[in-house]
Design a protein around this ligand. Structure first.
Ligand SMILES: Cc1cc2nc3c(=O)[nH]c(=O)nc-3n(C[C@H](O)[C@H](O)[C@H](O)COP(=O)(O)OP(=O)(O)OC[C@H]3O[C@@H](n4cnc5c(N)ncnc54)[C@H](O)[C@@H]3O)c2cc1C
Length: 403
């Protein structure tokens, strides 16, 4: 078996082998693998990514016929389709390999009330599509798709709202309530993403309120803890304490966090303490501690381990093993993004763990900001691209050797 260079800790032989590229890429034909190889080669080259992003934005702005190229390349790697219907086909394909789909409507930055009502209606459609469909075990939304950014920021800061802002906040709250109620009625667990720290207090308060209302029997509403923030372990402890006192369950998606540069820049510019941990090692330590915390409190918590980090994925598997918790325990999920870290998703799923992927979707033109961020993230996080590439190369060699 061709093995990619993926770290495995000593004494963990019964844990999933994340270096098994045959399982990781069984869903890809030779041609698809070749395309993925070139895509990661290109986005691993910063100047090409920057040039490609600018040219694509320009071309789409000028209504040049580039949609087909985008759709056949970067869109195909990272998105499930242009609408729910198309994405259901992607979901079926993933489900055949034991991986669940989370339909992630990835249209960004449409801040007016009508657009936010449209987004809420779309999220409700994703919940309807997930209802009774084992291929789609969760639904999700991004707060900024439903709540005006300036209003979230003011509520988070405890600032007074104007009459117009208070009305916008009420509208946003009712969108969130409607979505949580629909998820509850459909029996579909719902993830609520986390964004910038300066809008997060408003979101956290809303999530806590929804958990108290809908998580009496089990964790149905999940908040998100960005463990790159040095205050998040204390946050987790507070959330759990409150849930125990009031008799409900905490659902938590753990992630490291996607906005580090922006957070550090704003803190420096405005002169407040940087909310992000001092370095990667400190963030990793908090991440590990948060996994242990959730496992120690599984009687009241459910966790989604949202990471592309092999060590974090294997650590949770090891903690489950040590605690004698079944691999498919409904309170524990592993999550990755479509088109990334397939070696984690498919090897964990093949070993019997609950695995889900965010499957972003939307019209090509509208998901472009998401795609550009994916490309840029893979460019800046050279480690990630290197990992993806080395795995793809290993699998191509394995297939060529006919092993
Ligand atoms: C299913 C899923 C859902 C997600 N949902 C969200 C969400 O709701 N909100 C959100 O913000 N992100 C979300 N993310 C993205 C996530 O936060 C990370 O950006 C991404 O997964 C990379 O982190 P990692 O754990 O995979 O891997 P790693 O490669 O181990 O870690 C990279 C991360 O470590 C941190 N880091 C890197 N260098 C430093 C440093 N010098 N100092 C401090 N920290 C550092 C950063 O957070 C960086 O993104 C989600 C990811 C997944 C897979």
């Amino acid at each position: 078996m061709q093995q990619a260079n993926v770290s495995q800790q000593p004494g963990t032989s019964s844990l999933p082998d994340l270096g098994n590229t045959a399982t990781a890429f069984a869903h890809k034909s030779n041609n698809e693998l070749w395309q993925a190889y070139w895509l990661f080669r290109i986005i691993g080259t910063p100047w090409l990514t920057n040039l490609g992003s600018s040219l694509t934005k320009l071309a789409l702005g000028l209504h040049l016929p580039v949609k087909g190229i985008v759709k056949a390349t970067v869109f195909r790697q990272f998105c499930g389709g242009e609408n729910i219907e198309e994405s259901l086909r992607t979901a079926r394909k993933l489900a055949k390999r034991g991986v669940g789909t989370i339909l992630d409507y990835s249209v960004e930055g449409e801040g007016d009330q009508a657009a936010m009502d449209g987004t809420a209606a779309e999220i409700l459609r994703t919940i309807a599509a997930a209802k009774g469909n084992p291929d789609i075990p969760f639904s999700v939304f991004k707060p900024s798709g439903l709540i005006r950014h300036d209003v979230m920021e003011k509520v988070s800061a405890g600032a007074a709202l104007s009459t117009e802002e208070a009305a916008a906040w009420q509208q946003a709250r009712s969108r969130v309530e409607r979505i949580c109620q629909a998820a509850f009625d459909a029996g579909v667990p719902l993830l609520i993403d986390a964004e910038e720290s300066w809008t997060q207090p408003a979101v956290d308060a809303l999530v806590t309120e929804m958990m108290e209302r809908f998580n009496k029997e089990r964790a149905l509403i999940y908040g998100t803890a960005q463990m790159y923030r040095h205050d998040r372990l204390a946050f987790l402890r507070r959330e759990l304490e409150q849930a125990r006192a009031k008799g409900y369950h905490v659902g938590m998606k753990l992630v490291r966090g996607a906005y580090m540069e922006k957070e550090r820049e704003r803190a420096a510019e405005k002169g407040y303490q940087d909310p992000i941990g001092v370095n990667k090692a400190a963030v990793d330590a908090d991440y590990d501690a948060s996994l242990r915390f959730c496992m120690d409190n599984l009687d009241r918590m459910a966790v989604l381990n949202g990471t592309h980090n092999e060590t974090s994925s294997l650590l949770l598997a090891r903690l489950m093993q040590q605690a004698g918790v079944a691999k498919n325990d409904p309170r524990i999920h592993f999550g990755q993004l479509l088109g990334m870290s397939d070696h984690i998703s498919f090897n964990m799923a093949a070993a019997g763990y609950n695995v889900v992927k965010y499957v972003p979707y939307g019209p090509v033109r509208k998901v472009l900001p998401y795609l550009i961020r994916r490309a840029e993230e893979n460019t800046s996080a050279r480690g990630q691209t290197g990992r993806e590439l080395s795995l793809i190369i290993a699998e191509r060699k394995r297939r060529a050797a006919g092993k």
